[in-house]
Design a protein around this ligand. Structure first.
Ligand SMILES: Cc1cc2nc3c(=O)[nH]c(=O)nc-3n(C[C@H](O)[C@H](O)[C@H](O)COP(=O)(O)OP(=O)(O)OC[C@H]3O[C@@H](n4cnc5c(N)ncnc54)[C@H](O)[C@@H]3O)c2cc1C
Length: 486
C-alpha cells in the first residue's frame, strides 16, 4: 500500500485524508495539538461551548458535495439550521437585518434606499452566474497553469478580474450602509474590497442567495464528522504529534520526523501553514524565500474573546457585525499602515441564541472578533484595553449592561496563532485572494523542488475559508493520485 503522511488536521488535511484513504492509500495524519481541527477547534468551559475559529457556515452545497463523494450526507453527521435572520449589522445611526430570503433582504434594502432592490436583484443574479462558474469550473482546478483560467465563461467576464468589488458595488449603490453590507462578504477572502476582483461577487451570492447556516452543536461538529469519516475509511490520526522535519533523499521525500521519530512514507502532504511547512525542509529544498512571503498580502490576524454571560442578552442575533465606526480607517490600519485600530469594527456571535446546546440555561455564549494586521504587538494589556473598548460600544449599541454578567472570558491573539498553529506572522485566515494571489499565482499545491511533496490549505489553492479548504484537500489528493498513476 502507498503510504501518505499528512501534516496537520485542519479542514484541508482531513479532506485530503478522506479522499486518499477512499482510493486505497495508507494515510496517517500528524497533528501537533491535542485535538484535531486546527483553526476550527472548540473549547468547552463551565457549560459554555465556543468554536474558537470559524462560525459562518456558508456554501452548504460544498459541504454536502464533500460528504456525497463518500456516499454520505451532512445529515448523517450533523443537523443544519438555516439562520433567520442570517445576521444583523449595527451602524452608527441604524441597524440592518439580513433576512433568510431575497425578498426579505430586498425589503430591507428598500427601507434604506428607495429603488435599491432592483439593482440588488441584478447584482445578485450576476453574482450567482459567477458562483456557478467559480465553484463548478475554476476552484476545482489545481492552479498549475494560467491556462486553467481561460474558459469561454471567464473570457466573457475578463473585465471582472480587473475591476474591483468595491467599484462595482459603488457603481450600483450610493448609500454607505448598503455599500458596507455588500462589501462585507469579500472580507472573508482576506483583502480590502478595493483590492478584490469583482468576479468574487460570488461571495455575495453565497451570502444572500444561499444563506447562513449553523450546524447544531457548533462548527466543530463538521470537524468531528470529517474525523469520523476519515477513521471509518482507515485513516490513522495522531494528536500531540508535532512534525519536526520533512526528510528528502535524492530530491524525493522519504517521510517525516515526528517528535523525534522517523516515519517513512511514499508521499508527504502538509496542511500546516505553507511557510512553516517549508521550514521543515533543509533550505535548498524550499521554494519560497522569506522575501517572497514578506511581499504577499496576508489575511488579517484577529483579537478574539470567548465570553460566557450569566444571562440572556437583548437586541442581538446569532451573528452581529458592528460597523458603527469608519470601515476605511480600520482597513487602512490592517493593510496600508499596520497598527492597532483606533476605532475598531468588530464581529460578535452568540450561537446560544439559536442553539441551546451552546450555553447553560439562561446564559449566553459570546465570541468577539476584532480583525487586526498580522504581527502586531500582542500583550495582555492591549487585549484588555480593546476588550474594554468593544464591550462599552456593545453595551451602548445594544442598550444593555453586560460587563457585570461575565462569568468566563478567554482571549486569543497574534501570539496564540503563532504558537498554536505555526502561523506566519500570526495570520488568522491565510493569504488573501487578490488578483495577483489568485489560482496559479498562489503558492503551489505541488513542490517544484521535492518529488512526492504536496501542500494544501488556506495559503495555497483556492484560498482562505472552510469551503475552499475542503476543496484544497481534494485538489491535493487528486494531484497525488494523478502523479502515482503516471
Ligand atoms: C478566528 C477565525 C474565524 C474564521 N471564520 C471563518 C468563518 O466564519 N467561515 C469560514 O469559512 N472560514 C473562517 N475562517 C477561516 C477557516 O477557519 C480556515 O480557512 C480553515 O479552517 C483553514 O484550514 P486549514 O486546513 O487550511 O488550516 P488549519 O486549520 O490551520 O490547520 C493546520 C493544522 O496544522 C497543524 N500544524 C501546524 N504545524 C504543525 C506541525 N509542525 N506538525 C503537526 N501539525 C502542525 C496546526 O496545529 C493545525 O491544526 C476563520 C478563521 C479564523 C482563525
Amino acid at each position: 500500500m502507498t503510504k501518505v503522511s499528512i501534516i496537520g488536521s485542519g479542514f484541508s488535511s482531513l479532506s485530503a485524508a478522506c479522499y486518499l484513504a477512499k482510493d486505497g492509500y495508507e494515510v496517517s495524519v500528524f497533528e501537533k495539538n491535542n485535538s484535531i481541527g486546527g483553526r476550527a477547534r472548540q473549547i468547552k468551559k463551565e457549560g459554555f461551548t465556543f468554536d474558537i475559529g470559524p462560525s459562518w457556515y456558508w456554501m452548504p452545497d460544498i459541504f454536502e458535495k464533500f460528504f456525497n463523494d463518500f456516499g454520505k450526507s451532512t445529515k448523517d453527521y450533523y443537523e443544519l439550521d438555516k439562520l433567520s435572520p442570517a445576521y444583523k449589522i449595527f451602524f452608527s445611526d441604524d441597524e440592518i437585518t439580513i433576512g433568510d430570503t431575497m425578498d426579505k433582504i430586498c425589503d430591507e434594502f428598500e427601507r434604506i434606499e428607495s429603488g435599491s432592490s432592483k439593482p440588488l436583484r441584478k447584482f445578485i443574479s450576476q453574482a450567482q452566474e459567477n458562483y456557478d462558474i467559480a465553484i463548478n469550473k475554476i476552484v476545482l482546478k489545481p492552479g498549475l497553469s494560467p491556462l486553467e483560467l481561460v474558459t469561454k465563461d471567464t473570457i466573457t467576464r475578463i473585465d471582472q478580474f480587473f475591476k474591483t468589488i468595491s467599484s462595482q458595488v459603488r457603481k450600483n449603490f450610493k448609500n454607505p450602509k448598503l455599500i458596507s453590507t455588500l462589501e462585507f462578504p469579500v472580507l472573508f477572502l482576506g483583502a480590502k474590497p478595493s483590492k478584490t476582483p469583482s468576479f468574487y461577487s460570488f461571495m455575495n451570492f453565497a451570502d444572500f442567495g444561499l444563506g447562513t447556516w449553523h450546524p447544531k452543536g457548533g462548527m466543530y461538529e463538521v470537524i468531528k464528522a470529517m474525523g469520523d469519516l476519515a477513521e471509518s475509511l482507515g485513516v490513522t490520526i495522531h494528536t500531540n504529534s508535532a512534525v519536526n522535519e520533512i526528510n528528502v533523499l535524492e530530491g524525493k521525500t522519504t517521510g517525516i520526523v515526528v517528535n523525534g521519530k522517523t516515519i517513512k512514507s511514499d508521499y508527504v502532504l502538509s496542511g500546516a501553514d505553507y511557510c512553516h511547512s517549508e521550514t521543515l525542509l533543509k533550505p535548498q529544498f524550499r521554494q519560497y524565500s522569506e522575501a517572497y512571503w514578506e511581499k504577499k498580502t496576508f489575511a488579517p490576524s484577529s483579537l478574539l474573546f470567548y465570553v460566557g454571560f450569566d444571562k440572556k442578552l437583548n437586541n442581538v442575533e446569532h451573528h452581529n457585525l458592528f460597523f458603527d465606526t469608519d470601515f476605511e480607517a480600520h482597513a487602512e490600519d490592517i493593510y496600508d499602515n499596520p497598527k492597532w485600530p483606533e476605532e475598531p469594527l468588530f464581529y460578535v456571535n452568540f450561537p446560544s441564541i439559536t442553539d441551546t446546546r451552546m450555553a447553560p440555561k439562561n446564559c449566553e455564549t459570546g465570541f468577539f472578533l476584532i480583525p487586526i494586521a498580522p504581527n502586531l504587538e500582542d500583550t495582555e494589556q492591549l487585549r484588555q484595553q480593546y476588550f474594554d473598548i468593544i464591550i462599552e460600544r456593545f453595551e451602548r449599541k445594544t442598550a444593555q449592561k453586560v460587563v457585570d454578567n461575565i462569568i468566563f472570558k478567554e482571549s486569543f491573539c497574534v501570539k496564540d496563532f503563532k504558537k498554536e498553529y505555526n502561523s506566519y506572522k500570526g495570520n488568522a485566515y491565510g493569504m488573501a485572494n487578490t488578483l495577483m494571489q489568485t489560482a496559479f499565482l498562489r503558492p503551489n499545491l505541488k513542490s517544484k523542488k521535492v518529488k512526492n511533496l504536496y501542500f494544501t490549505g488556506q495559503l495555497t489553492v483556492p484560498g482562505p475559508g472552510v469551503p475552499p479548504s475542503l476543496i484544497s484537500g481534494k485538489l491535493a489528493a487528486d494531484l497525488i493520485k494523478k502523479h502515482q498513476s503516471n
